[in-house]
Structures are given as structure tokens and as C-alpha cells.
Design a protein around this ligand. Sequence first.
Ligand SMILES: Cc1cc2nc3c(=O)[nH]c(=O)nc-3n(C[C@H](O)[C@H](O)[C@H](O)COP(=O)(O)OP(=O)(O)OC[C@H]3O[C@@H](n4cnc5c(N)ncnc54)[C@H](O)[C@@H]3O)c2cc1C
Length: 468
Amino acid sequence: MNRDIFQKIVQIVGRKHCSMEIEERHCYSYDNSKQTFLPDAVALPDSTEQVAALVKLANNNKIPIVARGAGSGTTGGAIPTHGGIVLSCTRLNRILEIDRENQIAIVEPGVITGEFQQQLKKHGLMYAPDPASLKFCTIGGNVAECAGGPSAIKYGVTKDSIIGLEVVLANGDILCTGCRTEKGVVGYDLTRLFIGSEGTLGIITRIITRLLPLPEHKETFLLTSRSLPEATALVATILQKNILPCTLEYMDKTAIAVVSNLLPEAPGKDIEAMLIIEIDGSQKHTAEQAELLRNLAATRELCTLRQAATEEEVTEIWKARRSISPAAFKLSPHKTSEDVVVPRSRIPELVSFCEALSRDLELTILTFGHAGDGNIHVNIMSCNTTELEKEKVVAAKKALFEKVLGMNGTLSGEHGIGTSKSAFISMELNDTSIMIMQQIKQLFDKNNILNPGKIFPANKFSDPSASC
Ligand SMILES: Cc1cc2nc3c(=O)[nH]c(=O)nc-3n(C[C@H](O)[C@H](O)[C@H](O)COP(=O)(O)OP(=O)(O)OC[C@H]3O[C@@H](n4cnc5c(N)ncnc54)[C@H](O)[C@@H]3O)c2cc1C
């Protein structure tokens, strides 16, 4: 990028809020996928108008522009694979409105999800999506990936809580989608089109969220089991028995081992799996649901159900659960994280397949995650130093995807495609689907400046050098 263009960026956001310095560029060159690509410049706008001016500048000069939240994405969505400008949303971090009467809020994309939830608590309200990364990820990143979390089983994922967006399009125009009402069916649902589009169709600058009243009461249970098949089979049974938890999380024994020091009580050596089950609602409702859960657990010989007695215990359980992903690095320096989804009833088959895969390929594989949705995180650990090991990881990933699709599942429940799964999307989507998606991309971004190189396998269209 030449200095003239950078001068224009300076004019748009001010000298303090952009940089071409190598140290700054390094800070925006990676995300949680651990890939690294240096941008040519970094800009931190603080208004929709500044975003629009930056995107217009990029489009007129055919320079890639990549929106960035907290960089916690696991699939390489925020990394500037083709250089250009990283547009950080850090300064777009205002909660603009909380409408208590109509239970909606308007926020900017750089708001940290967990901080938004804390603010809402003061009003007796909640924004339901709760990715495990909520203490540091942004709501803009959540919308762009359609993030999910433990509560999705009862309250849905990000797309279920978003009713409208403001988006800056590739030519700098500002589009408003959706409405402020609970219902609205005027025209195509453009809001849903942008949710999960990974910054490839536009830059989100405002988000209208649906809010819910905070549940009156919540009970947290930890179910430990000496049998992996028994614990995983319980997931579907719990729902069949008319118990609707707001959390139904699962961890296998390797996941338990990496966070065992954080749990309220060290699990016995014979524990093969754990479920975190939470029930919320009125006192009466939670008492009834808890009773059903206790009765069900009592019929399982190898399971023990324990109720968290204090807030501290609940905090410890969640600290352990949210730490699995970073704590997995105790096992090996490299982690390939997949977030496949299968029908709930087939989780036992999936986890036993992963166990066999781990044995056959001699790779450590952890399974844990949002079992209530069938969304299992499969973490393949490796040193990734030898060619042989790298090949084994790719073989494991491919075998996993084949198995999941064979079980009527899907490759990603919440992490998106980015760069790390783009080579595999044709395993799930047929040519017509991919072609229509690429036509949509072309319609919104004919110069392919918006986060190029993501979602679609490398081809003429996704290679920005073909158009930029
Ligand atoms: C420990 C850990 C736990 C995690 N747990 C979960 C989990 O439970 N559930 C889950 O879903 N994910 C989880 N993740 C993954 C990650 O946190 C989510 O994908 C999150 O939504 C990314 O948010 P971010 O702000 O970090 O976005 P980034 O990583 O910065 O960006 C992600 C994508 O969003 C795009 N983007 C960002 N802002 C905008 C914008 N304003 N407009 C358009 N596009 C934009 C980027 O270009 C990129 O494609 C976890 C990650 C970690 C490290």
C-alpha cells in the first residue's frame, strides 16, 4: 500500500487511530487459528461514517479490507490473508440503547459480549448467546460467525437473538436490515444473510438485539459417569423426558483431565465423562425439572448427579468448562479445533468414532462441548513438527468430516469456515449451493475486497489477485 493511500486513512480516522508500523501490524496479523498474515495497515474507526469512508477508499483502490473483533475466531476469519487494511472494531464499542419496555438493545460491533450481558443484568434482562469466549470476544465477531454457546439448547444461537443490522457495503453505502419489532417479513431476510457471513459481504456497524427477562432462578448440576456411552446417550434421553435445560455440556475424560484442578472436587480416576446441566426459570419450574433430572440419573448405575451448592461452585464449574480449550495446550503445542454437529441421538457414535480415530492414528483427541445441540468440539492435538504428523492430522480431520456428514451432521456449528475449513466445504455443499453463494458474494462485493480468501476454496473468484 502506498503512502498516499495511508495518508487518506489518516484523514479519515486521525493519526492516532491508524498505523503502518510493523509492530502494530503484527498485533493484527493473527487470530486464534494461529495463522499469521501481515496487513499493510491497521485502522480503528469510531463511527459508521468512518467505516464507510475506509471501505470506499479500499474499494476504489481495490485493496482488501478485513473487519476484526477480538481475534478469538478459530478458523482464521480475521486474518488478512491477502494483506490490505485490518479494520479493528475496538473503538466501535458503545451500547447505544437498552429499550427495557420492548426488550431490545442497539449496540456497536466492538462491544464485548460478556460486558454487554453484565450491563443488561442491572436491568433484569439478558442477551442469551453465551460463547465460552464471552469475556473477550465481541458481539460483531459473534454476529459474523453466528456464535453459539451453552445456552443455545434453550435460547438459540446468535441469529435467534438478532433482529436488525446496520452494515457498510463494499461501495461504502450504508444498509439497514430488519426492524425493531419482534416480527417483520417485508422482503428477503437480509439480516440472516449477513449473520455468519464472516465479514465477506459487508462491515457490521450496528446490531439490534432481542433481549429476554433474566430467569428468576437457576440450578447447576454436575453429572459424572464411569461410562462414556452411558453419559453421552443421556443427552438425548434428558430432552425426551421433557427436561429442557438451559445448558447441557459434555466433556470426555481427556477434557476433564486438563481442567481437573479447576473443578470444585477432583474427579475420580474411573470417571469417563461429565455433563454440566443447568435448569432455569421460576422456582417452581426449576424444582420440577430438577426432580425429573434426579429421577432419571437415579436409573443410571454408573452416573452420579451432584448439585452445585454455592455460587462459588457454579463459578468453578464454569471456569473449568471455559478453560478446556486453552488448557488443552498442556497436552501438545498444536491444536486443530473442529466444531462438528450431529443429531443428538448420534453423539455416542461420534465420540466412540473419535476414540477409535485417536487410537488408530496415535493422536490425542479431546471431545467436549455443547452436547445439547449435538455440537461437539473435537480437538486434535499434535506437535505438528513432522510431515507424517501433519498428514495424520489432515487424515483425522477428513475422516471426522466424512463420518459426521454420514450421520446427517454438519461441518461447523458455530466457528464458521474461514480459511481452515474452506477446502472442505464441497464435502457438504453441492456445486449449486456454492455457485449461488459465490454469486451473492459477487453481487455484494464485485471487487472482492471484503475479507478475501475466506469461506470458498481457493479459485479464480476467491483469489483477490484476480480482481484486486
Ligand atoms: C477459549 C475460546 C472459546 C470459544 N468458545 C466459543 C463458543 O463457545 N462458541 C462460539 O461460537 N465460538 C467460540 N469461540 C470462537 C470465537 O470466540 C467466536 O468465533 C467469536 O464469535 C469471535 O469473535 P471475535 O470478536 O473474536 O471475532 P474475530 O475473531 O475478530 O472475527 C471473527 C470473524 O468476524 C468478522 N468480523 C468481526 N467483526 C466484524 C464486523 N463488525 N463486521 C463484519 N465482520 C466482522 C471477522 O472478519 C472474522 O471473519 C471460542 C474461542 C476461544 C478462544
